[in-house]
Design a protein around this ligand. Structure first.
Ligand SMILES: Nc1ncnc2c1ncn2[C@@H]1O[C@H](COP(=O)(O)OP(=O)(O)OP(=O)(O)O)[C@@H](O)[C@H]1O
Ligand SMILES: [Mg+2]
Length: 236
């Protein structure tokens, strides 16, 4: 699996949010997308999963252009987003929220087995499977949101602002789990993260967005060490 975004342009009304954006995530890759508030990070993730329309350009997945495909079709193809703010169904239980993640699949009988697999990654969810998602802590909600995404058996997981509002110790555990998912299931991961040190620290390659344009890219470790980039784009 490879995601190749080419010349992608996205508008909100008359205002252009992404300008000729190009980005690539190869099979098994861990990539981060960093940039200031309003740079277009969330817009890019949404354009990849089909939640905002792109005016032109390509979203190639395994060589197929999904740019005009409906979001559900992209989930079936193996692309899933863990959205900012988690967006769980507050009035449904953890188990129900997880099951919803499998909605695009035909093989209903395997859902229980897949929930067990999610619980191996997030054992903290086991004792609270029947609790309403609205009553969970932020960290538990994020586990449930990532778990729900895994239920669709993705090949590419997009994660928007995983750490927002969470304690550092919780964030570290979530990041470790994402690394395990990447390593053990060969799921490619693209992360957008306010915490730039965390984001660059957990990925191999990174792109820097600035007002809708990719202004730099390279191995995460190298970008993190570049003083000009840190000062100009990363607020470090
Ligand atoms: N639904 C929308 N309608 C109109 N403009 C929008 C909409 N969503 C985002 N924008 C604008 O598009 C630009 C990019 O926003 P986006 O949310 O993608 O940035 P971001 O990099 O995710 O920012 P943040 O770090 O704050 O999450 C901003 O100028 C924003 O105001
Ligand atoms: Mg955002």
């Amino acid at each position: 699996m490879t995601l190749q975004v080419r010349n992608l342009n996205v508008f909100y009304g008359d205002s252009q949010a992404l300008w000729d954006v190009a980005l690539e995530v190869a099979a098994g890759d861990l990539v981060s997308l960093v940039g200031a508030n309003g740079a277009g990070k969330t817009t890019l993730l949404k354009a990849v999963v089909g939640l905002v329309p792109a005016t032109s350009g390509e979203v190639l997945f395994d060589g197929k252009n999904l740019r005009a495909s409906p979001a559900e079709h992209r989930v079936r193809n193996g692309i899933v987003l863990v959205p900012e703010g988690r967006r769980l169904f507050a009035g449904l239980t953890v188990r129900e929220n997880l099951a919803i993640g499998a909605y695009t699949r035909q093989d209903r009988s395997t859902i229980a087995a897949d929930i067990d697999r999610v619980l191996e990654y997030f054992p903290d969810l086991s004792p609270i499977l029947d609790r309403l998602a609205g009553n969970l802590s932020g960290g538990q909600q994020q586990m449930c949101a990532i778990g729900r995404a895994l239920m669709s058996r993705p090949r590419l997981l997009l994660v928007d602002e995983m750490s927002l509002g969470l304690a550092p110790v919780v964030v570290d555990r979530l990041a470790e789990t994402l690394l395990r998912v990447n390593h053990e299931e060969k799921i490619s991961i693209l992360v957008v993260e306010q915490d730039v040190e965390l984001s660059l620290g957990m990925t191999r390659f990174a792109y820097v967005l600035e007002t809708g344009r990719v202004v730099a890219s390279g191995p995460s470790e190298q970008l993190a060490e570049r003083g000009d980039i840190r000062a100009a784009y990363l607020g470090l």
